[in-house]
Write a protein that binds this ligand. Structure first.
Ligand code: MD3
Ligand code: FE
Length: 215
């Protein structure tokens, strides 16, 4: 009998969190190396930077974007922009491998024909965090958001429809993909301060790709 206790590749499995939110564990694992390679090339053209919040704080997460739109924040507010404010140039195009993975993940969660026009790339180092917030700058809130976690693990804080809903803590690891749509689309969420560590694929950091339909 053949028993494969230590397979080279892990088959993905799904976990439903709340209606509209599905974790596809290990869904991006087979593509992780090519995703990281694509990110390394993207951030040459559009380097990671720490944006200012409208309130004047500097975010601890460093960000970049690819696609025809990118998410930006400054003293004037949050919005999607066609150009990188740091360079004045259009954001780098979204590589087909990234868009394809997002589309497959959305379809696996029941959202057919997801066509993201923006991919926000978040870079966390130990201590980086993201406070509870909603993602509501997108035009069509019937479209889901697909998130891909790479590198160091993080604790995702998943609240509810109001800021006062006590968040549930959900560990997200290298290769995990989460699809957020339907009733969960406007739920409050955040990331707890990243713990120190080392990951073979990224070293001492976590990367998160969030695919969005901005327009
Ligand atoms: C739930 N990023 O960029 S991804 C963000 O890991 C953001 O960097 C986190 O929240 C990160 O806005 C979490 C998971 C995520 C993204 C969008 C959501 C969860 C969501 C939209 C609605 C509900
Ligand atoms: Fe968010």
């Amino acid at each position: 009998m053949h028993s494969d206790l230590f397979p080279e590749t892990l088959a993905p499995w799904r976990e439903d969190i709340v209606p509209g939110a599905v974790v596809l564990r290990a869904f991006a694992l087979a593509d992780a190396a090519s995703l990281l390679d694509a990110v390394a090339r993207l951030v040459v053209a559009a380097p990671f930077r720490h944006l200012q919040t409208p309130g004047g704080q500097t975010m601890s997460v460093a960000m970049s974007n690819c696609g025809t739109r990118g998410w930006v924040s400054d003293r004037r507010g949050y919005r999607y922009a066609e150009t990188d404010p740091a360079s004045g140039l259009p954001w780098p195009p979204m590589p087909a491998a990234l868009a394809g993975l997002a589309r497959r993940a959305a379809a696996a969660a029941g959202f057919e024909d997801f066509a993201p026009d923006a991919c926000l790339i978040n870079h966390y180092v130990p201590g980086s965090r993201m406070g509870l917030h909603q993602d509501r700058d997108e035009a069509d809130l019937t479209q889901p958001i697909v998130s891909v976690s790479l590198g160091l693990p993080a604790i995702f804080l998943f609240g509810g429809a109001t800021r006062s809903d006590r968040p549930v803590r959900l560990p997200l690891e290298h290769g995990d993909v989460v699809v957020w749509g339907g009733p969960a689309r406007l739920f409050f969420h955040g990331i707890a301060p990243l713990k120190d560590g080392h990951h073979a694929a990224t070293g001492a950091c976590r990367l998160n790709l969030t695919f969005r339909r901005a327009l």
